[in-house]
Design a protein around this ligand. Structure first.
Ligand code: 13P
Length: 392
């Protein structure tokens, strides 16, 4: 790819995979697309990364997170009386990936590794079903949470070992973005150690993903667990995000080629004082404006146990005036709950379940545009889905 220089440019050659020389920029350089990169990093995918991130962050669209690990998918299936078999997971994911019209509202879908390599019962790759609808396939690459030794019962996220070769293989299979979810617990501290570990892990993951052509979704989930106030959530979130961006910069991550997946700033799940969508929007936008450079193309929120309607109302409130970034959704529970409850594992319910998915996707699309009203929403969509100590 062409790289033009801004001012003085120095280029170093080093050995890449199999000894191939890789051009590495060591001073600011601008790519053809106009994005600027700094520092020593392979710039081979820069233009594609920027393009992928912009495609995902298109107006009126967001991400369908359907990347539950097999264990978590098993819990979802159990909630409608189904066994956790590969065939049942395939049937459910097929329902989601083959919903006609989904691409109007959904720009990206995060998959679990099994689904990335899986075909529908008719033998078509799930990845191809998504691409046909202009939905970018993505992949969860973290290996989950384990206890963080030396901390206050906090956790850290595994998965950096072998990540370069895994992301290269996922790119070959059609993935163009990836996701790494680590968590921060407010009631357990959070300790300096846990925040540093979370931020450093996210930054290393982001750099490795970009080197292999995948747009990293950076997700330090600040858990809803606890009885703390919304002010305390804001305080912790600012600390976490400032560290995340410090380490992203230290690792020469191209900000134009990432997406963020933050938690909304809300009171703890057990805090008696609840916040309105307008308050959640005000606090969350304050956090983002203080922490996130406008170079970042998209902020794709997680739903974190909010009800479907609550997550949509909060997103809508954040889009009542223009933002420096595309402010959208990357929901799992808040897009899938009604779908599962409608499907119930019965073939005769598949069409109705697909319609339920479209209803939620369209509602969030409208919220991304700031045009959603909760009028006529089903009671089921208003039920909270918070689970204490939730794992993904
Ligand atoms: P929820 O929207 O259910 O919180 O999912 C978050 C997530 O990380 C899925 O990829």
């Amino acid at each position: 790819m062409g790289v033009m220089s801004i001012g003085k440019q120095a280029v170093a050659l080093s050995s890449g995979i199999c000894g191939t020389p890789v051009k590495q920029s060591v001073v600011p350089v601008a790519t053809k697309s106009g994005s600027v990169s700094f520092g020593v990093r392979a710039a081979g995918y820069d233009e594609e990364l920027v393009k992928t991130a912009k495609t995902i962050a298109t107006p009126g669209r967001g991400i369908l997170a359907m990347d539950e690990s097999n264990a978590t998918c098993g819990l979802r299936l159990a909630s409608i009386g189904l066994d956790n078999t590969e065939v049942n997971r395939q049937a459910y994911r097929q329902l989601l990936c083959t919903t006609p019209g989904l691409g109007e509202y959904i720009s990206g879908a995060i998959l679990f590794e099994e689904t990335l390599y899986q075909s529908t019962s008719e033998g078509k790759l799930m990845v191809d079903c998504l691409k046909e609808q202009n939905i970018v396939p993505g992949i969860k690459v973290d290996k989950g949470l384990v206890p963080l030794a030396g901390s206050n019962n906090e956790s850290w996220c595994q998965g950096l070992d072998g990540l370069a070769s895994r992301t290269a293989a996922y790119y070959k299979q059609g993935a163009r973005f990836d996701k790494w979810r680590t968590v921060i617990s407010i009631p357990n501290g959070p300790s300096e150690l846990a925040v540093t570990e979370a931020a450093w892990g996210l930054a290393r993951y982001a750099a490795i993903s970009q080197d292999n052509g995948l747009v990293p979704i950076v997700e330090p989930e600040i858990l809803l667990d606890g009885s703390h106030s919304i002010n305390r959530t804001l305080e912790v979130a600012e600390k976490v995000w400032s560290k995340v961006f410090f380490f992203l910069a230290e690792n020469h991550v191209l900000f134009e080629g990432i997406l963020l997946k933050p938690s909304m700033v809300t009171p703890g799940a057990e805090c008696p004082e609840r916040a309105t969508p307008e308050q959640v929007a005000e606090y969350t936008l304050t956090l983002l404006k203080r922490s996130v450079p406008p170079a970042v193309p998209g902020i794709m929120f997680l739903s974190g146990g909010q009800s479907e309607v609550e997550a949509t109302l909060n997103l809508n409130a954040m889009n009542q005036s223009p933002n420096p970034w595309h402010v959208s959704f990357s929901y799992a529970r808040a897009l899938q709950n009604s779908v599962l409850k409608t499907w119930k594992g019965q073939p005769e319910n598949i069409e109705a379940a697909k319609k339920a998915l479209l209803v939620r996707a369209k509602a969030n699309s409208l919220a991304q545009l700031g045009k959603y009203s909760a009028e006529g929403e089903a009671e089921e969509a208003k039920k909270g889905m918070f689970v204490k100590g939730y794992t993904y």
